[in-house]
Design a protein around this ligand. Sequence first.
Ligand code: ADP
Ligand code: MG
Length: 684
Amino acid sequence: MPEAKPPVPNKPKSAPQKAMEKLGLLRDIDLALHLPLRYEDETRIDPIAAAREGQTVQIEGVVTESRVELRNRRQLLVTVEDASGELLLRFLNFYPSQQKQMAPGQRLRVRGELRGGFFGREMVHPTVKPVNEDTPLATSLTPVYPASAGLPQAYLRKAVAAGLARAPLAEVLPVGSLPPGLPTLREALNFLHHPPPRVALATLEDHSHPAWQRLKFEELLAQQISQLRARRERADLCAPALRAAPGGLHEKLLAVLPFGLTRAQQRVCEEIAQDLAKPAPMHRLLQGDVGSGKTVVAALAAAVAIDAGWQCALMAPTEILAEQHFRKLVQWLEPLGVKVAWLTGSVKGKTRQKMLDAAADGSAQLVLGTHAVIEDKVQFARLGLAIIDEQHRFGVAQRLALRKKLASQALEPHLLMMSATPIPRTLAMTYFADLEVSTIDELPPGRSPIVTKVFADDKRASVIARIRDEVEKGAQVYWVCPLIEESEALDLKNATETHAELTAHLSGHRVGLLHGRMPAAEKAAVMSLFSQNQMSVLVATTVIEVGVDVPNASLMVIEHAERFGLAQLHQLRGRVGRGAKASVCVLVYTGPLSPTGKDRLRAMAETTDGFEIARRDLEIRGPGEFMGARQSGAELLRFADLQEDSALLKAARDLAPRLLERDAGAAERHVERWLGTKAEFLKA
Ligand code: ADP
Ligand code: MG
């Protein structure tokens, strides 16, 4: 048999090629959409005398003198002259060839920043090009691209220009469907990569130029279409219609709850019940501030599913939180005869197999756990409802895995996502075209507001003294240690030291330690001591961030508060103020504070309203970052800004359904061009 294929020689990739790949610059279209950060103007020559200090200019002149001097170090000094004056060029490192290139009599085109040096006006290390009298000027501004180490601008410029020339940029959108006054895509891209001389740079830099508007519109449209499509695909899917049975679990659960539902809870329960009763899968986000009582809403939704004879899976991002749900739900539901299974990474061996069997044969009506619940091995007999708590804490990829897993069933389950990081309403309505939103906008009665105080870390000793006083009076305290991004080990050291320090200062009181590296059983043991008030102080890393519920805890100290994001601080603070006791949150920071750090701490001190916090967070950070990779796939928006470009967003939102209706092929090609393989992620 002849060889099927000759061996392909392994051509090694060059460093710039690898760097381009890392930046995601693979297809021609990717290159065409890699837009300049800024521009350099090489289209004109300024007279030497007219150039001002601090300006980057291009001048052209003839070398009148060139000499090497030894001041502090060897340097090359070149004087050039044009009709208006002369200028000194200074080179601290130079090759003999450069010296030759800049010999007296040579005409040079020089680009650089003009400085007012001790010896007069000069440029240090300018870009120099030998020219003659009729060397043409650049005909467009020179783009400066986002690059990375090992990727020279010159290389990138060539690659982008080639990609731009080759990219298939024919208009995909029907003529007349775009907002008026926008150029074609090809015109827009040609313009942005190579703007003509004397264009108003400001409109390019603030992205208000029509060429920019066109790109933003395209991007927003792709986003809207793909979300709309996902929504329609889902509407075509079938789900079991779930209704509570008269006299069933749902009614019984309501009857045994130790409290009545707030009006807001009743309303969202009703919204969820209506979705569940439909034969199409629910895709709903339940948002409500920390402590607003989402868990009981989840339990009631689960009860509807179980009533209807289906299984419910409830997932939480951490074991601690999963364990909390487990305890609470078991406490409510087991006495009513519900069979519960428990799946996390730390449930192993025989027990795990038993849980897996119970999920697979349908005997477990409620399956609780971490993302272990969505692992391949887990099968459900009749999964009717999946609930994800603190959904923004799951990565996009994890949510996608979940959806894939669920989709493999003959009937899709309903999906309820819960989050304490509210999406501002306008954003939710315009941007999350694929999501219904229910909001709990009221806290259960009888909560006393949390007072937040901000101290610099030189007050740490008095904070500790204050804690001792409070603990003497029977208070329970959380002490949150900072998150150090780079090092989990450092995190741990910090928490351990603080634990030792507080133990020393609070003799006679129990101080516990909780961190992410502890075995789950140990974590659960510490949490249980704290929640039963057998422990006064809990020193913890951010593992307690979400969901921990100990109503008697009324004081929280957060160290290095400046290192936390606003949403995270709000989440943490939400661990106190859960009971009737007046609660205090102390934010200890280490200066100097950055301006945004200051804004964050001020926001925390001024309000405890989660929606207000979210609004401020949006202001401080901007929507892209606000939602981040976890929340939405909004990171896929490279050009548009949801706040600034709300008019374009609205136009895109209007066009998307019309386009899908009239020219589904065009809609398809448009999404493919913009999102390629990333379109999947938008469904997560
Ligand atoms: P979150 O929305 O942050 O998940 P939880 O579900 O943990 O909030 O609820 C916070 C606390 O409030 C829990 O102790 C819960 O039992 C209690 N709770 C929930 N709803 C009510 C209510 N309607 N009345 C009184 N307490 C409630
Ligand atoms: Mg919760």
